[in-house]
Design a protein around this ligand. Structure first.
Ligand code: BES
Ligand code: ZN
Length: 632
């Protein structure tokens, strides 16, 4: 899944590289009423936020902004309903690169004093606003800077349609503060409404109830009735159209992409049905996708009601849709029950990978999910060997103090988290574990949890004093120790066993064209390519390419894995395709290992720098921050 190379980041010690509607239904009252209640309960100690929610906390945001493509600036007001819990005279928000113009209190907009503190790396500047014990409303007038890290402003050339500009946000982990002054901690939840003004030719969408078509004024209003953490604040503006998939699901994309997208993701409704069957009712009314231009730095981002997704999964054969299962699963693990701090990131991603594989098993069968598990296990092994088997960053519970939380974004959270949960499932049986997870999601719905809270719940609801079981589950080994616990049994796949047979026979001299590769999915191909040995001759590379046409594959996963061999073996036939890929695709998980392979030799590095100079304007800040450092 992802490749992480700690040595590449100049950000700190460890540093795995970031890989990287039209609803008419009403929201359940109990879902919407809990924001203030939750806020009062939760006083997380989040080292990545300046906010002090235990003293004064925001419960609702009303955002009113103007989107200016010429200046690459958002400007307007963020108006908060707040709860002053301790009668404090100071309320703290997070900002980074924001220009704060004025701050007002109350409905009659009384101007108040504010102060922007010292700038700190990644964290930005605390905005401290003078409030009164009875203050209920704080309005901040502000502007973003053109280089705001959460925002990517694309010119028409960088879109599929080539006619209109495009904007999208990426707030996770702590980038929401670069486009909204906000209490930017996953332990704080707010509901929100928004009014967004955009150029008339464009449509705006958010992680909220969305419009389905453009209007003449270019002014759109939004509402998110369920309380969400700040990292799920999202906005995108572009030449977008909407098409329905099922009663509750649909897709937003550029007109040039919508057809490919509706074909690729036609099964998203089935996934939603499977997910609800597993872990209970979907709590966000609609589930739609927004297909972004190729510079989107991630595979997917689980913005509530509207998952943002890379177009690199448009493989034309529906083979990479586990990504949708993943982002959908976050509607429970992450969006509903949220990691309280980034040290508990595995509670978001580990649960989500586990859940993703369960959805895939439900819809496509066990054989299919097994393949994903094996590929995930390979990723995990690579990550552990990159980080070092005894690295503290290979524990599930992280300690990210003093570092950018993106450094916790490794396959440890994802795959070690997943295998820990699979291990519990094995120990107690699927039925019992599913009941436990259902109750976990219900108990902590619209709240944040941390590792301790989860462990308490595990002890009282599942382990219940059974020492034998506790030993099997091995919390200490999985959560607080590096590497993989002793006795862990690696996953296996019968479909991959056949790939291994074919591979063996190729190694024993059977020409590539004669291998039995019938009905292989992209996962089988990926497994095959990953097994290819390090030093291959030009002849071998050319034979493989001739038989399987890897260089011209339409599958981004196959292509990215093949390019690594092409680079390492100096197979220059792939150069042109490689350059096209690198100048078009901005997905960090692909870019990092490819540029790293290139940078490993002097000639390769020259090539990399030449391509990077051209391609860099197409990449999101999230990717360039990593690559600048690697290629400097
Ligand atoms: N929430 C993550 C993406 C993320 C995590 C962004 C942390 C910024 C900080 C999303 O759900 C995710 O995991 N995306 C993966 C795809 C998935 C199939 C593993 C990705 O983008 O590669
Ligand atoms: Zn995820």
């Amino acid at each position: 899944m992802k490749y992480y190379h700690r040595c590449l980041l100049g950000l700190g010690l460890a540093g795995s590289v970031y890989l990287a509607s039209c609803s008419s239904s009403t929201t359940n009252e109990t879902d919407t009423m809990t924001a203030a209640q939750n806020a009062t309960q939760q006083t997380p100690n989040d080292v990545h936020s300046f906010a002090k929610p235990a003293e004064a906390v925001a419960t609702h945001l009303d955002l009113d902004i103007d989107v200016n493509f010429n200046e690459k600036v958002l400007s307007g007001t963020a108006s908060y309903l707040i709860e002053n819990k301790t009668g404090t005279d100071k309320m703290v928000f997070d900002t980074r690169g924001l220009q704060v113009e004025k701050v007002y209190l109350g409905d009659n907009q009384e101007e108040t004093a504010f102060e922007l503190g010292e700038e700190q790396q990644y964290l930005g500047r605390p905005l401290t606003v003078t409030i009164k014990p009875d203050t209920r409303k704080v309005t901040i007038k502000y502007k973003t800077s053109p280089d705001a890290a959460a925002l990517q402003w694309l010119n028409p050339q960088q879109t599929a349609g080539k006619k209109y500009p495009f904007l999208f946000t990426q707030s996770q982990a702590i980038l929401a503060r670069t486009w909204i002054p906000i209490q930017d901690s996953p332990g704080v939840r707010i509901t929100y409404s928004a009014k967004v003004k955009v150029p008339k030719e464009l449509l705006a969408v958010m992680s909220a109830e969305n419009p389905v078509e453009k209007n003449a004024e270019g002014v759109y209003t939004f509402e998110m009735k369920q309380p969400i953490p700040s990292y799920l604040m999202a906005l995108s503006v572009g030449d977008l159209v909407f098409e329905k998939i099922g009663p509750q699901t649909g897709i937003y994309a550029e007109p040039a992409t919508i057809k490919a997208a509706t074909y690729e993701f036609a099964e998203m409704d089935k996934m939603l049905v499977a997910a609800e069957k597993l872990y209970g009712k979907y709590r966000w009314d609609r589930y739609d996708l927004l297909v972004l231009p190729p510079s989107f730095p991630f595979g997917g981002m689980e913005n509530p009601r509207l998952t943002f997704v890379t177009p690199t999964v448009l493989a034309k054969d529906r083979s990479l849709t586990s990504l949708i299962a993943h982002e959908l699963a976050h509607s429970w693990s992450g969006n509903l029950v949220t990691n309280a701090t980034w040290d508990d990131f595995w509670l978001n991603e580990g649960f989500t990978v586990y859940f993703e594989r369960r959805i895939m098993e439900e819809v496509y069968g066990k054989d299919y999910a097994d393949m994903l598990n094996v590929l995930g296990y390979q990723d995990l092994q690579n990550t552990i060997s990159d980080l070092g088997a005894t690295s503290q960053d290979t524990r599930l519970k992280l300690d990210l103090e003093g570092r950018d939380p993106d450094e916790g974004l490794t396959d440890i959270a994802y795959e070690k988290g997943n295998f820990f949960l699979q291990n519990i499932e094995k120990a107690v049986g699927r039925e019992k574990f599913d009941a436990f997870l259902n109750s976990y999601f219900n108990t902590f719905a619209f709240q944040s949890t941390d590792t301790d809270k989860f462990l308490n719940f595990l002890r009282t609801e599942l382990i219940k004093g059974d020492e034998q079981l506790a030993k099997q589950i091995n919390v200490e080994g999985w959560i607080f120790s590096p590497g993989l616990p002793e006795g862990f049994e690696a996953p296996t796949s019968t479909r991959f066993a056949k790939v291994e047979e074919a591979f063996q026979s190729w190694q024993n001299g059977t020409p590539a064209a004669q291998l039995n590769t019938k009905d292989w999915s992209s996962h089988e191909w990926l497994h095959f390519i990953r097994m290819l040995p390090a030093g291959m001759s030009q002849q071998q590379m050319a034979d493989l390419d001739k038989a399987f046409n890897f260089t011209n594959s339409g599958n981004s996963e196959v292509l990215a894995a093949w390019f690594i061999h092409a680079i390492n073996n100096k197979y220059t036939t792939a150069d042109k395709a490689l350059e096209t890929f690198l100048t078009n695709v901005g997905r960090r998980k692909f870019l990092v290992p490819i540029y790293k392979a290139l940078a490993a030799t002097p000639e390769g590095k020259k090539k990399a720098l030449a391509i990077y100079a051209k391609a860099r304007p197409n990449y999101h800040a999230v990717a360039t921050v990593t690559l600048d450092d690697m290629l400097k």
